[in-house]
Design a binder for this molecule. Sequence first.
Ligand SMILES: *Cc1c(COP(=O)(O)O)cnc(C)c1O
Length: 635
Amino acid sequence: MNAAEKPDWTIEDSSDLYGFERWGNDYFGVSKAGNVTARTLNAEVELMEMVNGMLERDLQMPVLLRIENILDAQIHRLNMAFRSAIESLGYRNEYRGVYPIKVNQQAQVVEEIAAFGARYKHGFEVGSKPEIIAALSTLEEPGSIIICNGYKDQEFIELGLSAIKLGFVCVFVVETPTEIPIIIERSRVLDIEPVIGVRIKTTANVSGHWNSTSGDRSVFGLTASQLVEMVDLLKMEGMLHCLQLLHCHLGSQIPNIQEIRSGITEVCRFYADLVKEGANLKYVDLGGGLAVDYTGWGSNHGQSRNYTLSEYCEDIVDTLKTTFDSYGIEHPIIVTESGRATIAYSSILIFNVLDTTTFEPTRLPERTEGESQLISNMRDIYSNLSEARLQECFNDAHFYRNEARELFKRGQLDLRTRAIVENLFLDLLQKIAVITETMDRVPPDLEGLKLSLADIYYGNFSLFQSLPDTWAIDQLFPITPLHRLNEKPDRSAVIADITCDCDGKIDRFVGEEEEATVLPLHALREGEEYYLGVFLVGAYQETLGDLHNLFGDTNVVSVRINRDGSYEFVKEMHGDTISDVLSYVEYHPKEMQLRHRNTAERAVREGRISARERQQIIKLFNESLNGYTYYEKEE
Ligand SMILES: *Cc1c(COP(=O)(O)O)cnc(C)c1O
């Protein structure tokens, strides 16, 4: 291809820019037509095709799209990676995974995990009575493990004992010493032998956002002396043989593999000594922590990870094997509670862009005779634009712009002149920003210039409802357009949601090697929707979301992709209606309708509207109550 034929932008350029290969775990790609695809089972489906399918079914944006196959594949990969590490390293026991329900408790997700995990006897980790009830009603495979963490009252313990009767391996992980007598008492009364685990506090502090879940200050787990007391109590009660599992949870999203290794080494020491004490330990449960590389940087940055899934499994298996071999202890069953890594990839938040604001000059009139001195001064700055005098130009532009505002305030400058000055000002800043891009050392004042001139893209979603971690803990999620990837994205943007909260914005993005303050996007086209996807949002986002501004749950669509590249909507759930969200905050929609009708009737009585107008007004009110809380486009 000669230079003239080479297009100036290709789908490969987009793929590289947005980083699908870096963070997508092989699940996402770009089609020849420039659309983002989901890849699974050797098939590839354009997400835009699914979006069109949703719109045909009256599922309005925003929509949370779940791709079943990706969840299926993640459970498969996790189990297979452990199996292969166990085999290659000669570990003499098996791996058994459990999914922590708190990471995404939606019924459909939990049901899918039970179904896809059945062939590996993948179980559940539960932390409350509602969660154990969800687990008991979805798990089918006898022998699947249920790990009970959290504070457990008598009823919780009875539910767990009943699970043992049903054929599950239900383990009570003791988090506080007070639980032990209740477990002993209930199991005697019901005559069911319990399986007891114990959560220990490791001393290693791991990095990342959740580091406080491990270490001395962790609110969970027994200290060494509490552990000794527990052993003595169980021994005295003749129940030490029930102590079968040792549990630790080093933290979530552990970016650094070294820390995982060193945490496990400490766990092994506890394990060995408990065996020496006479405990009948069979399981070592290493909790969650397997990280998701949200940024695709492959580094020990908090939102990345410096290891692959197989390295994670190999490191765990290798550390356990080496340590237990040196103590001459039988290899236990390895349990992990990976939540985030299991579920994050399968959900994508999709929304349309409603509008944009750009900070570009709109009108730059020709120089005219007798124009204001301020305008001429602004124009003169252009001739000085160069790297060497950039700061000076920047200062001058600010000076004259401020001057114009002052004069306007005092009535010495008219609105039109002020508008011209401000347009010239914006134009100058744009030009200065372009020059800074190629400078080796950008003056400090000019560093934030690009961000301050970025477009604002208004997305039809609520950050607080759908991406709470973006706001709460500065979580980064990859965001990309779902189409037009064969065109160069020549706008730089930040994203605002439709809540009227100034925190409802995204201005930190996944860049190629570091965080970026702006996201490259395409200019909107007249009469055409522009769709963005926020990826890797399956973990922790759905139920942490809140009703800020009363934007409710979004529509949810679950798809299954078939080997031949076809796909089906296996489930669609309409999000909250306005009536739903109002009742969450204790309004009574029926009563509201009644009162509104009375207000309308009074308006008829007092001659403000006709009876027919009353009907229209009431109809609008009632229809709105039953509508979606997000921005709806009229057909
Ligand atoms: C939250 C939690 C998990 C899940 O951790 P991930 O990092 O999401 O895998 C596992 N175990 C316990 C005890 C937890 O509290």
